[in-house]
Write a protein that binds this ligand. Structure first.
Ligand code: ZN
Length: 410
């Protein structure tokens, strides 16, 4: 039987589990060592460490302390792995924990996290998704069901001191350019809620004050939230410290490109079965700065899409220059308006785009002044026909249940 190197108890606070951490720092001690060629299992909390509950209120999404995330399992050391190597990680399989066959999706309040469409959806909302084997559906969003594309939102190796310093310098500089912005431009190190794994004493306190937050993707990978980095994929990670220090978490049962809802995909607690090996001096040999990966041989077999275009002209009609962020936002807003014609609320439509295996493409970035982005919505995930026709959309979802909403406390 494959060894489980890290176990998590969902009834226990992640702060009480010393094989878990929520910051990136080179001094966080390895919790286990393996050899190249070994395969093993790792259990993880959901990214909030169990804060979001399987209920019909969005109060927890409104109130969650985002300085506590993400709770990662690790770091794992690999014998013989050294800075400059590539750590090869085979994601042999990934699943939900047996005692937790559900996940959540939501949008944060603009006052606490915000998100991609926070100007349009400024209040906390939540949907709960139940898993039946490889499929998922939500009691808060009728008419839609799809197969999971299970992946870790967050996985990567520990930074070395120089890389960590460059992260903090550039991100703190960005925050300083607009210090009062809500939501903020980035998240600075924050010691009070840091969980530094097995680090103790003064070394722990120093590292807690310096440790990089886990929110953005960076050179080491980290919180990339790539739906196609799924079970069956092989990933090649840059290595910066002796042993590599591989950590992971933020498992998603499914996610659309962009993870546009931010809280987040379909978030779950679960396990990964992985295998590691090492390519000596692989970073220089292959010119690798950020991770590269080979996708899984197995993906949900959705072939038919309705594709929404968006250009870099914002909601007020302002012309922007080749702005892909604005163009993708327009594509998503166009898809939401379309789905509302079938009786979905805007929130339900937004949640579908954030959780289903929708594809996002940068379709054109040269035709000045407009970038063109596209949002690919799989038609086969719906219980009804969503294609346009001369009869017009049938509103069979009118009056159906909506997603819970929680307004800010004033
Ligand atoms: Zn996530």
């Amino acid at each position: 039987m494959t060894d489980t190197l890290i176990k998590v108890d969902l009834k226990q606070s992640p702060y009480e589990n010393d094989m878990v951490h929520n910051r990136w720092h080179p001094d966080i001690p390895m919790v286990a060592w393996v050899k190249p060629g070994d395969d093993f299992r790792i259990e993880t909390y959901d990214w909030t460490g169990g804060y979001i509950k399987n209920d019909n209120s969005a109060d927890d999404v409104r109130d969650v302390d985002l300085s506590t995330v993400h709770f990662l399992s690790g770091p794992i050391g690999v014998e013989g792995c050294e800075p400059g190597d590539l750590l090869v990680v085979d994601l042999l399989d990934i699943g939900a924990k047996e005692d937790s066959l559900w996940g959540f999706n939501g949008f944060f309040s603009k006052q606490n996290g915000g998100g991609f469409l926070t100007e349009h959806f400024p209040h906390a909302q939540k949907s709960i998704w139940d898993f039946q084997g490889m499929f998922t559906h939500s009691r808060h969003i009728p008419g839609v069901k799809y197969a999971g594309l299970i992946h870790p939102g967050l996985i990567g190796c520990l930074p070395d001191p120089k890389l960590l310093e460059s992260w903090n310098t550039r991100e703190i500089g960005l925050i300083a350019s607009e210090p009062n912005r809500v939501p903020p431009l980035a998240n600075a190190p924050f010691a009070p809620t840091a969980h530094m794994g097995r680090l103790t004493g003064d070394a722990r306190d120093k590292a807690a004050a310096e440790g990089a937050r886990t929110v953005p993707p960076r050179e080491h990978g980290g919180n990339c939230d790539i739906k196609d980095l799924s079970r069956g994929a092989r990933v090649f990670f840059p290595v910066y410290v002796k042993g590599g220090g591989l950590s992971m978490g933020d498992l998603h049962f499914s996610q659309g490109d962009g993870e546009i809802t931010f809280c987040g995909a379909i978030e779950m607690a679960g396990w990964l079965h992985i295998k590691v090996s090492v390519i000596k001096d692989g970073m220089a040999k292959y010119g690798v700065k950020n991770p590269i990966f080979k996708p899984s041989p197995i993906t949900p077999n959705y072939k038919d899409y309705l594709i929404f275009e968006g250009i870099s002209v914002d909601e007020q009609g302002k012309q922007l220059y080749l702005d892909v962020h604005v163009a993708y936002r327009q594509a998503c807003l166009n898809a939401i308006e379309y789905l509302k014609k079938f009786g979905y609320s805007g929130a339900q439509a937004y949640s579908i785009l954030g959780t289903a295996p929708t594809q996002g493409h940068i379709s054109g970035v040269v035709d000045i002044p407009n970038a063109c982005a596209t949002l690919w919505l799989p038609t086969e995930i719906f219980d009804f026909d969503i294609m346009p026709s001369s009869t017009g959309p049938i509103r069979h979802l009118d009056g159906a249940i909506d997603m819970p909403i929680s307004y800010d406390k004033t």
